[in-house]
Each structure stands twice: as structure tokens, then as C-alpha cells.
Design a protein around this ligand. Sequence first.
Ligand code: ADP
Ligand code: MG
Length: 287
Amino acid sequence: SIPLGYFGGIGAASHNGILFKGSNFLELLTKVDTIVMDKTGTLTKGVFEVQNIVSENFDKELLVNLTAVLEANSTHPIADAIVKYANITDNRFESYNVEEISGYGLKGEVNNYKILAGNAKLLDKFKIPYSEKLKEITETIVIIAINGVYAGYITIADTLKDDAKNAISALHSIKKISKVVMLSGDKQLVVDKIAKQLGIDEAIGGLLPEDKINEVEKLKKEGRIIAFIGDGINDAPVITIADVGMAMGGLGSDAAIETADVVIQTDQPSRIATAIKISNSTTNIIW
Ligand code: ADP
Ligand code: MG
């Protein structure tokens, strides 16, 4: 590799769409041995699409419409998919008392219906029974309860970024990196499938935002030097506690970008390995 020096390093990084917020992070990045990543928006495009709707003793169209009106109160990519799919153009429905429960989903009222839309944990939280079979579905689903009764689910799919697989193999090709971990709020079955596809060493799903912090702290206690990469509002606290906090800039939230030490402005996870490689060549000439 070509020795660059700090100025050259920051310049080379910027040329590759990587913003270092200080030259100290070039040095720190050479010491990182563990990469921890968020799934949605970092390895996947974060653009969800409705695939399938299953209703149980409830009118399918009404189920979708009620859910969409509730989800219109959320900026989560899952919510955007449902709103877009339902494409409601009149004002038959009105939502009120809507509460977003981070890592779970939404609770609120639409017309005279009380609605919950989120993951299995959300229904568990409100002690609403549903078929155990839902737990075997390997896709992301939004489970819906209406007036306290399970009413069906909507299958949502996100797609992997084109360079997600390259991004992981590029990280594995760096000698110092001994482990690549993926953390997600999505369920374990979905997370396992993606980890296997991409060659990720360890993947933990079903995490609440605060659980992601705990996982990173656990790794730190093992003596690992960690770079965390995320894109969401929820990710800002994790970006802060990692040794090197990185944000995916393209779709990333302002909070994540502001807190990060390094910002990948291109939305390509393969640039994480690029950032490390640039750091390594930069630091060679100084030490
Ligand atoms: P991640 O970014 O890792 O997917 P989040 O904390 O954003 O984690 O979301 C975790 C899970 O919470 C989602 O996979 C989904 O099951 C549920 N969830 C969050 N927000 C919503 C929403 N607006 N509608 C339905 N489900 C939601
Ligand atoms: Mg996220």
C-alpha cells in the first residue's frame, strides 16, 4: 500500500466519499479489531416493500387501510412501505392517540378501532395472543391487533445493498479484523438468514436500541477495539460509545451523522474496509 501521511489520508478518504472528523480517527481505526454493524439501512437498502397480507377474521382491505393510517404517523422505513402500498387518497380515516414504541411498533386509534402494529414483542407486551406459527416466518412481518384481538400480518421485504457481500469479505481480508458482528431490532430468523448470505461471523436480532449499547459494551469488556457503523436515529448512542463511531451518510439520520467520528457519504458498506485500508497506509508513514 502507498504511504500517505495524515493530510494525504484525509484527502484520499474524502476522495472515496469518506469523511474523517479528525486525523486521530485515522490512527484509531488502524487499531480496530471488531466491526459491529446495524442491518437496516447499513447492509440493506432500508427501502421496504409490502409483499403479502394475511388477515384473520377481518376484512383484508380494511386491515391494510387502518394499519396504513396508523403507520402514517411513523417515519420508520417499514411504515413508509405500508403507507405507500395502501395509497389512501381520501379522508375516510383519521388517527389519534398514536404512540411510537421504539423497537416494537405503534399503538393508536383509527376511527373507532384501537390498533397495534409491530413485532411479536409488541403483542406480547399487550398480552394479545397470536398463532405461534408467526414466529417461524423468516421474513420481516408487521403483526396487527385490532380492538385487542390478533387480526393478521403484513410481510415486508428489504433488499441487500449490491456491495453488502463485498463489504463483508473486504473486512475479512484485513488482517487485524478478527470479527464482524451484525446487530438488529429485526427478528433472529431474518438476521440469521442475512448473516449466512453475507458471511457475517455473529448476528444478534430482536434488540432494542439500549440492547445494542449493551452488546457493544460486552465486546469492549472482552478487550476488543470496536468500530460501529449505523444509520438510524436509534444508532446515535451506539455510535457514541464505540471506539470509532461510523455513520452511513446516504440515508443516515442527522443524529447518527453528527455523532459519528467517520461518515461514509456514499451509502456503500464496502467503504468501511476502504476507510480502514486508507488508515493503515496513512499511519505507516508516521510510525
Ligand atoms: P432496526 O433498525 O435494526 O430494524 P428498529 O429499532 O428500528 O431496528 O426496529 C425494530 C423492530 O421494531 C422492527 O424490525 C419492527 O419489527 C418494529 N417496528 C419499529 N417501528 C415500527 C413501525 N413503525 N411499524 C411496525 N413495526 C415497527
Ligand atoms: Mg436501523
